[in-house]
Design a binder for this molecule. Structure first.
Ligand code: AKG
Ligand code: FE2
Length: 244
């Protein structure tokens, strides 16, 4: 990814609260990701995917073979530019949904810290990255956002989390794409118009020099101690093990 594109992604992330990195994983990779997530659903008896669907946490313990896909240069280079620091992976999870899932999972954000301090800030301290295995679209189930600039207050336009919200933007991306969301961004996901499985997996990231704990932080010991895996995927290692 050239510097011009990185700059454009950062500008978009700061100006609207999210940006899209299209098609970072090819068909073979997304097929493998689907198999891995499907197998976890099957292991749990293919439970009905009602409500939120199936949340898989902690992902790296339950589905360790997905770990190498976090070694994603196109995403990690944008995160590095956004934080002006090496990104650290703090949380990993996945969600599987289908036609049985909620019409709207409910508007929420992942800021978790003192939201009053967001007003007037210049930096994004932490992001969520969602990798969409089959993409997102009205038929598969969309992602929705309320765009916001980096220093705007976190302010819900309505109190009802399961309603349509004024200003909502429908996000569609092709298979194997990543969406980087500021944790301060209100977002939700809706059920698709067509039957079928919808998969995403991903994580939370913050700069290594930002030691602020967050309610969704996870213990990465399981992956931290897998030295053979980290040696094989240096890009993954940089997300898990500090340079110091
Ligand atoms: O399914 C999506 O597109 C987003 C889900 C989400 O917001 C979450 O798991 O926190
Ligand atoms: Fe979310």
């Amino acid at each position: 990814m050239n510097q011009h594109i990185i700059d454009e992604k950062i500008r978009t992330l700061f100006d609207q609260g999210y940006c899209i990195i299209e098609s970072v994983h090819d068909a073979a990779a997304t097929e493998h990701q689907e198999q891995l997530l499907y197998a976890e659903w099957a292991r749990r008896g293919k439970q009905l995917l009602s409500g939120f669907g199936l949340g898989i946490h902690p992902l790296l313990e339950l589905v360790p073979d997905i770990a190498p896909y976090f070694d994603c240069p196109a995403v990690n280079i944008v995160l590095e530019a956004a934080f002006q620091d090496h990104p650290k992976l703090c949380h990993a999870g996945a969600r599987i949904a289908n036609e049985d899932s909620a019409l709207n999972i409910g508007w929420h954000h992942h800021y978790n810290w003192n939201a009053d301090l967001v007003y007037g800030r210049h930096k994004i301290e932490r992001v969520v990255v969602n990798f969409y295995v089959k993409g997102v679209s009205p038929s598969l189930g969309s992602l929705w956002t309320i765009p916001r600039r980096v220093g705007e207050p976190i302010c819900p336009p309505l109190d009802e989390p399961n309603q349509e919200w004024p200003g909502q933007i429908e996000v569609s991306v092709p298979p194997g794409s990543a969406v980087i969301l500021d944790t301060a961004l209100y977002h939700t996901a809706t059920r698709g118009h067509a039957p079928g499985m919808r998969y995403h997996w991903g994580g939370h990231y913050q700069g290594w020099s930002n030691h602020r704990p967050h309610g969704e932080d996870m213990d990465m010991e399981h992956i931290f101690s897998n030295l053979a895996l980290l040696a094989r995927y240096p890009g993954l290692k940089r997300l898990i093990v500090s340079d110091d």
